[in-house]
Design a protein around this ligand. Structure first.
Ligand code: MG
Length: 456
């Protein structure tokens, strides 16, 4: 966690539980959050991490001290809590989660009354209260109250079902394998799938905050068991969630694991077929595949900086109905403009039911791209100067500077060069129609960056 005058990162406050994010710090942060909201009704939940109940009690204490009423939901996926904030007409919410980070981490995400995470400007207001010691304590006879609220996960499941054709899905009797990473995804998706007529096999389904089954980041390295299970039992599809179940990564019937861009493209195509001319919100880190689908099916694109909060806020601003990220985040506006792993799973099953196609077939009909990634070391103090130097060299090409520098080349290849927000490195993401070309672009720009670094 940053020691500078900043608490919030890309996705809320994060830190090592009981080392950086201690109960006393959680109280201080929640005193600032409570002061920011001002004597309001706030929903509070947590994911499966061992430090969840401890931090939840601390946050409860801080919020009540500022006069806020705390409605405690217990364990819930982030999107379930977000839906409940809106559904129960709360003024806001807090979820204790570190999303995909390892088990020893935890964090605090703050939700606005519409269910969307607060903007970075609102985070800055909370930080100001925190660092300037502007906390307002309520008098003893005007403290907030603690109330329990139950059933939010069931309400969330019911809400998702309203957005898909349950009859069509049920007819297909899909067999799905759900890998919940031993966390909160297991509280909702297996039930949702059963209610959609699926046969469900669950792995890593028991709640265990040490995450013994796999790393909570769903990626090819952590999803070997899921892929093998889908293949071995002849299931139609497999899904894996991150620690708080807002992101979903899918496996096809052959055990092939797809990165988020490819499954987002499947949802995107169907959405554009049914919503001609719609505007899609996606970060500049997304694959050219997304732009290809948008162009081919008559949509418009709104590029944003990297980060789910930015995507949600942009969707809200322009009233967009669909957003997506390469990491498996799909934002389905008619349900809620936030990443939602269970909603995404239901949408994919609906598309498989409607088209009669297997997931592998839906992916194979898309334009294919090869992606290569690399990073080079660059001290935090040199990051801005390096960005300026790169810009000077490439400013006449087809570029975007929304976040880092993205260059699009004429042969449909592209590269994103972006300083890491958390580490002293620059990251390079190249993609091209052949692996050879993608490798070549990464190599070329890595050496260009190293040369430019020498001149600083
Ligand atoms: Mg997450």
């Amino acid at each position: 966690m940053s020691t500078a005058k900043k608490l919030f990162g890309t996705n809320g406050v994060r830190g090592l539980a009981n080392v950086e994010l201690t109960p006393d710090m959680a109280i201080k942060i929640s005193l600032a959050i409570g002061t920011f909201f001002g004597k309001k009704n706030l929903l509070l939940g947590y994911d499966a991490r061992t430090s969840g109940p401890m931090l939840s009690k601390a946050v409860t204490s801080g919020l009540i001290a500022t006069g806020c009423n705390v409605y405690s939901t217990g364990m819930a996926p982030t999107p379930s809590l977000q839906f409940a904030v809106k559904n129960h007409k709360m003024n806001g919410g807090i979820i204790i989660t570190a999303s995909h980070n390892p088990a020893e981490y935890n964090g605090i995400k703050v939700i606005w009354s519409d269910g969307i995470e607060i903007s970075h400007e609102q985070e800055a207001e909370i930080e100001k209260i925190y660092f300037d010691n502007k906390t307002i304590f309520a008098p003893w006879n005007n403290l907030g109250e603690l109330k329990e609220i139950s059933g939010i996960n069931e309400e969330y499941i019911a809400a998702i079902k309203k957005h898909v054709n349950t009859g069509e899905i049920t007819k297909k009797q899909f067999h799905i394998v759900v890998d919940a990473a031993n966390s909160v995804g297991g509280l909702t998706t297996p039930t949702l799938m059963r209610e959609l007529g699926c046969r469900v096999t669950s792995i890593n389904a028991n709640i265990d905050g040490t995450f013994p089954g796999r790393d909570p980041e769903p990626c090819p390295e952590s999803l070997g068991d899921l892929a093998a299970t889908v293949k071995a039992i002849g299931a139609d599809i497999g899904v894996a969630f991150d620690g708080d179940a807002d992101r979903s990564i899918f496996v096809d019937e052959n055990g092939e694991i797809y990165m988020g861009d490819k499954t987002f493209a499947v949802v995107l195509k169907q959405f554009l077929l049914e919503n001609k001319g719609a505007t899609i919100v996606t970060p500049v880190s997304s694959s050219t595949l997304i732009k290809d689908i948008i162009d081919a099916y008559g949509g418009k694109v709104e590029w944003t900086k990297v980060g789910s909060v930015t995507v949600s806020q942009k969707m809200k601003e322009i009233n967009a109905k669909l957003g997506g990220e390469e990491n498996g985040g799909v934002f389905y506006g008619p349900h809620q403009a936030v990443r939602d792993g269970a909603m995404t799973t239901a949408l994919l099953l609906e598309i498989m039911a409607k088209t009669g196609k297997k997931l592998s077939e839906l992916i194979a009909e898309q334009p294919q791209y090869f992606i290569e990634k690399s990073k080079i070391e660059c001290s935090n103090k040199n990051k801005t100067a390096l960005q300026t130097k790169i810009y000077e060299q490439v400013k006449n090409e087809n570029i975007s500077t929304i976040d880092g520098i993205k260059i699009w080349f004429n042969d449909k290849s592209a590269i994103l060069i972006r300083a890491s927000g958390t580490e002293p490195v620059y990251r390079l993401y190249a993609e091209a129609k052949s692996q050879e070309r993608a490798l070549k672009i990464v190599a070329e720009y890595s050496s260009k960056l190293r040369e430019l670094l020498q001149t600083l």
